[in-house]
Design a protein around this ligand. Structure first.
Ligand code: NAP
Length: 192
């Protein structure tokens, strides 16, 4: 009998990765008894016309730095695919690479609430179990799929927006993001 591995797929823009993301990945890893969690930074987020998203290579490198020293890995599947990022493509690519596998797609519950607007929502349900992570007491907007697992993560008080705003205002982000990520942001003068 072939054992199916249980692999978490942490999908996000990671602009930048912060400690909330790492705590969330670890909580899901523990609660759902996963074998592995792979972080998948988005390529071109097609629903983000409202702001400039940092170059994918910077976000990928920050995600690598941020997960160094953790059991988690990072995939380039979304970055190397041309065109806008659709989760249905992410999950199909990962199935092709990892089958036989059970995938658990982990993302912010707010993002998951818009899943009915994503490409091929029905196919998504058959490709992975959906997991939404949220901060305690946060009122969920939109429609999180009823079949999804929702977990509250206290460390998600930290957000990428908060980190970017702090950098722009000249305030420190040490201890909100992994040390290597804070240094990388300084080195490449991101978010100023
Ligand atoms: P977003 O709208 O930037 O994020 C919404 C909220 O969720 C933010 O508070 C964000 O906080 C949080 N969040 C996002 N990813 C998270 C994660 N992995 N763990 C914890 N919190 C997270 O969402 P996004 O980054 O663009 O998209 C999230 C995922 O959904 C990506 O994998 C994306 O490809 C997928 N998606 C797919 C489609 C589609 O297939 N059509 C459309 C939209 C999104 P932070 O900013 O602090 O992370």
């Amino acid at each position: 009998m072939t054992l199916r591995r249980r692999v978490g797929v942490m999908g996000g823009t990671f602009d930048p990765i912060h400690l909330g993301h790492l705590v969330a990945a670890n909580e899901v890893y523990y609660h759902l008894a996963l074998d592995e969690v792979v972080f998948v930074p988005t390529g071109q987020p097609w629903q983000k016309a409202d702001r400039a998203v940092t170059d994918p290579e910077h976000r990928y490198r920050m995600t690598l730095l941020g997960t160094a020293g953790s059991p988690f890995t990072v995939s380039r599947v979304d970055i190397q695919r041309a065109g806008p990022t659709f989760t249905v493509d992410t999950l199909r690519d990962l199935h092709s690479a990892l089958d036989p596998v059970d995938l658990f797609f982990i993302t912010g519950a707010d993002a998951l609430a818009g899943m009915h607007t994503w490409r091929e929502p029905e196919a998504l349900r058959s490709l992975a179990h959906m997991v939404g992570v949220t901060r305690p007491g946060h009122e969920l907007g939109g429609d999180v799929p009823a079949s999804a697992t929702v977990l509250e993560i206290p460390a998600l008080e930290i957000s990428s927006t908060m980190c970017r705003e702090r950098v722009a205002a000249g305030r420190p982000i040490d201890y909100l993001v992994p040390a290597g990520v804070a240094e990388y942001i300084r080195k490449y003068a991101l978010y100023l």
